[in-house]
Design a protein around this ligand. Structure first.
Ligand SMILES: Cc1cc2nc3c(=O)[nH]c(=O)nc-3n(C[C@H](O)[C@H](O)[C@H](O)COP(=O)(O)OP(=O)(O)OC[C@H]3O[C@@H](n4cnc5c(N)ncnc54)[C@H](O)[C@@H]3O)c2cc1C
Length: 812
């Protein structure tokens, strides 16, 4: 037997499906000097008892990509590593009970088609041809996914492990990691069998991820749910059909009743996601166990009764078979239900690939993504949806439990664009919270901050049900229009707590920043937008830059980007420079509209004649403010930045001065409408690592005369010409605005995708920002955008904002 390894390039902690896939993909990338450590036997965590369903369906583009990749990998894996597996590609039928559900299916079918998958919408009368034993009288239709199926999770894990071992990687079983420490640039991984010195480490510890995270001083945002499925004995009719066709029934998902039903041998497997769900290991009398290997929770069928009855009514044959077994196992959840794959925030050369709720169907893709993070420091696909840095540290235990239970209870829920999920709210409140609430604010959470989405007027429907629609128009629509018109005609004010802000100081800070961004560093007293590219020239992030002094720069960025951008800056910071995160100390109000100068004139001595993209310190109501002459809304305006404690006094002064002039508050929905009319991109929608700076149409932010990260790649692309390019489309969109990744068509060919779509109230049209094959980018080109399954005429616009193309209003 080989000796215990004392060094390795990468150590992976955890040998479930995900850890094994990480090892396999690292080895495949040529990094064979890797060791996986498993405290028990492989699969001992959640993997051994998983049902093994392998769907491709997701309403997230990135997750669908990952799951699609898994299905492709699994189809070939058994033969590749010579480890035959039970992988049944049965297809699936996903039932829809409502028109909204069918819209969701159509959207996902569109995304699937763009990823090369042929998902099919079935009319009610077509469903039984796919699934004969089904009651269909109350259905509106279904989605047929021919790639869906089920795999034996233990065999999958063993096959990945075998593949990794074949390439030279190592696995140590019954080898719990008990501690880690940093020595110089290396990690020392302490186990009961000895220590391993390594360069990189990966936490793939499944539902133990928080315990392993603690060894690194990292608080992993997660909780654990109990999830059950039930096995039912042989049903003669199912056996007969399978004998006749040589196939299993497709996997059935009744998503509006929240369960899946799968053929298991010649019987069934029924797995509900119940709303009256149960979290585990969340209280003192139910502590987290030191070891739960190959264990289950006691059966708890009472809470599933409704689903069992519903399934028996849907597939009456189910009621004829005795239940033979119940599996009740732990399943970890992050607050948004997506896993953590990527850099471990704040910890050098450490990564996470853990907290998977669907770790069997995602293991394949997750291994690929993790291996790219480790070996290349970046991923092929933008994976923000799974990036650990999307959580920023406010997610305490109560929040994780509340959100985890909400996500579990709505595992198949629809994510409507104007709906704000209610759990875990009120984590961070603006000093103006009560004031704006009293004015009718309807809030949404942004990195935990409560911000007004819109302001309800007397009689507006503010019920939950009112926002459960994909349609553009709902209770908010008229109110948002009025808010946009106020901004256009007089002035609006948006309370915007939670902007991320970093102050970087030190000699040479401007030279350092110049090497980080594609464009120029603004002069003292000036502001600018800066784009940070990776080595491939892809868009990592966008920040506003204000030069406060020769050796001091302020960077302001999106609330959700706080951990991501801080880490990017710290990773690349030059010796001698210091970064302080000032996010929690400041707040911001956006005052914008043609009368905003008049509003400010009466209450501040600031020089309001200073032009666009300038900034200055001034006083309002005796409090110091920092005024930045910019407007994401595309009108004359200032961002009024205040110390948190001064915010309310300043707001009151601005409101008192502004009300006679028509000033009124506006919310995030209006801001989205206003910014899209100006073609201003949104981070992680329009701006992501899926696109280069040049594809993103940001050439005017590239200063070729200086050296910066990504320059070589961008210069090469500049010479070649971009394959796709950013465009603005005016869309005759009917009742819906196009969601993210709606496809753009020319004739029968998909030629691009919409990265954000919304209605512009000032121009009175639906606008799509997106990426289009570059030979089609000429203004006036007629195309179509597929929105929830229907194609709508779209016209490419001039390469200029649709609202105020000369920027005359913003410069006023
Ligand atoms: C009833 C049920 C049904 C499910 N059905 C499906 C399904 O149909 N499809 C699907 O995609 N997902 C399903 N899941 C979810 C799926 O089981 C998990 O998402 C998946 O198994 C997670 O894999 P993993 O490798 O991340 O974690 P795990 O399988 O939990 O592996 C983590 C490993 O880390 C090891 N470990 C922990 N701490 C240490 C340490 N200190 N040192 C060394 N090793 C350590 C553990 O022993 C464990 O083996 C289901 C879950 C349940 C409960």
């Amino acid at each position: 037997m080989a000796e215990f390894p004392t060094s390795a390039r990468v150590v992976i902690i955890g040998g479930g499906a995900v850890g094994a896939s990480c090892l396999y993909h690292l080895a495949k990338a040529g990094w064979t000097d890797c060791v996986l450590l498993e405290k028990n036997e492989l699969t001992a965590g959640s993997t051994w008892h998983a049902a093994g369903n392998v769907p491709t369906f997701s309403s997230s583009w990135a997750i669908m990509n990952m799951q699609r990749y898994s299905t492709e990998l699994y189809r070939a894996l058994g033969a590749e590593v010579d480890y035959p597996m039970n992988y049944h590609v049965t297809g699936s039928v996903r039932l829809g009970h409502t028109a909204e559900r069918l819209d969701e299916f159509r959207r996902v079918a569109g995304m699937g088609r763009y990823q090369g998958m042929d998902l099919e919408i079935l009319a009610p009368e077509e469903i039984q041809a796919r699934y004969p034993f089904l009651e269909t009288h109350d259905l509106s239709g279904a989605l047929y996914d021919p790639y869906d199926g089920d795999i034996d999770p233990a065999q999958l894990t063993q096959a990945l492990a075998k593949g990794a071992r074949n390439m030279g990687a190592r696995i140590e079983r019954f080898c719990p990691v008990t501690a880690v420490r940093r020595e110089g640039d290396e990690w020392i991984i302490v186990t009961e069998k000895g220590e391993i010195r390594c360069e990189y480490v990966v936490n793939a510890a499944g539902y133990y991820a928080r315990e392993v995270g603690k060894m690194f001083g990292r608080d992993v945002p997660m909780m654990v749910m109990s999830h059950q499925y039930m096995l039912f004995d042989t049903v003669p009719e199912v056996a007969a059909l399978s004998a006749e066709t040589g196939k299993k029934l497709p996997l059935l998902r009744d998503v509006d009743s929240s369960y899946y039903l799968r053929q298991e041998k010649n019987g069934f497997n029924l797995g509900p996601y119940e709303e009256n769900c149960r979290a585990h290991w969340v209280s003192k009398d139910d502590p987290f166990p030191a070891d739960f290997s190959f264990q289950l929770f006691p059966d708890d069928l009472e809470r599933l009764e409704w689903h069992i009855e519903d399934a028996m009514a849907r597939v009456p044959l189910l009621g004829t078979a005795p239940m033979t077994k119940v599996i009740n196992g732990p399943i970890p959840y992050t607050p948004d239900g997506n896993p953590l794959i990527g850099p471990m925030p704040g910890v050098p050369k450490a990564f996470e690939a853990c907290v998977f709720t669907f770790g069997i169907c995602q293991a394949g893709g997750a291994g690929k993504v993790l291996a790219e993070w480790v070996t290349e420091g970046a991923t092929e696909w933008d994976m923000w949806a799974c990036d650990p840095r999307r959580f920023t540290g406010f997610e305490d235990e109560n929040y994780c439990i509340a959100k985890g239970m909400e996500v579990y209870g709505h595992e198949y829920g629809m994510h409507f664009p104007h709906y704000a999920w209610p759990a875990g709210r009120g984590k961070k409140l603006s000093p103006l919270h009560d004031r704006v609430a009293a004015m009718g604010a309807q809030f949404g959470a942004y990195n935990g901050w409560e911000r007004a989405n819109w302001y309800a007027r007397a009689g507006d429907d503010t019920s939950d049900a009112g926002a459960q629609t994909w349609k553009r128009e709902g209770a908010w629509f008229g109110a948002v229009k009025a808010e946009c018109e106020a901004v256009r005609d007089a002035a609006g004010i948006l309370d915007l707590p939670g902007f991320s802000r970093f102050v970087i100081k030190g000699a040479g800070v401007a030279d350092w920043l110049a090497r980080q961004i594609t464009g120029k560093v603004p002069k003292i007293g000036r502001l600018g937008l800066a784009y940070f590219a990776d080595d491939k020239g892809r868009i990592v992030t966008e920040m506003s830059v204000a030069r406060l002094a020769e050796d001091m720069i302020l960077l302001i960025t999106a609330a959700t980007a706080q951990a991501h951008d801080r880490e990017w800056l710290l990773t690349h910071l030059d010796y001698g420079l210091t970064l302080s995160d000032e996010t929690e100390n400041w707040s911001c109000q956006i005052l914008t509209g043609p009368k905003s100068r008049e509003v400010l004139a009466g209450i501040t001595g600031a020089d309001l004649s200073k032009g666009w993209l300038t900034h200055q310190f001034a006083e309002i109501a005796g409090r110091q403010v920092w005024l930045a002459r910019v407007s994401f809304a595309g009108e004359l305006g200032w961002e009024i930045h205040t110390k948190v404690g001064d915010t309310a006094v300043v707001w009151d002064a601005v409101m008192a001065a502004g009300e006679p002039l028509g000033l009124r508050p506006f919310g995030m929905f209006a801001l989205n409408s206003l910014r899209i009319e100006k073609g201003y991109r949104a981070w992680k929608g329009d701006l992501s690592t899926d696109y280069t700076v040049l594809q993103g149409g940001l050439g005017r932010f590239v200063d070729w005369s200086h050296e910066f990260r990504g320059k070589a790649a961008l210069a090469a692309e500049q010479q070649r010409g971009v394959s796709k390019q950013f465009v603005t489309l005016k869309i005759d969109a009917g009742a819906y605005d196009p969601p993210y990744m709606s496809t753009i068509w020319q004739g029968d060919t998909v030629v691009g995708e919409v990265t954000s779509g919304y209605f512009g109230h000032r121009v009175g049209a639906c606008i799509g920002l997106g990426m289009l094959r570059s030979d089609l980018g000429a203004a006036g080109t007629e195309l179509e955008v597929e929105i929830f399954g229907t194609r709508h005429r779209a016209v490419v616009q001039e390469d200029a904002p649709m609202w105020d193309p000369e920027n005359a209003r913003i410069r006023a």
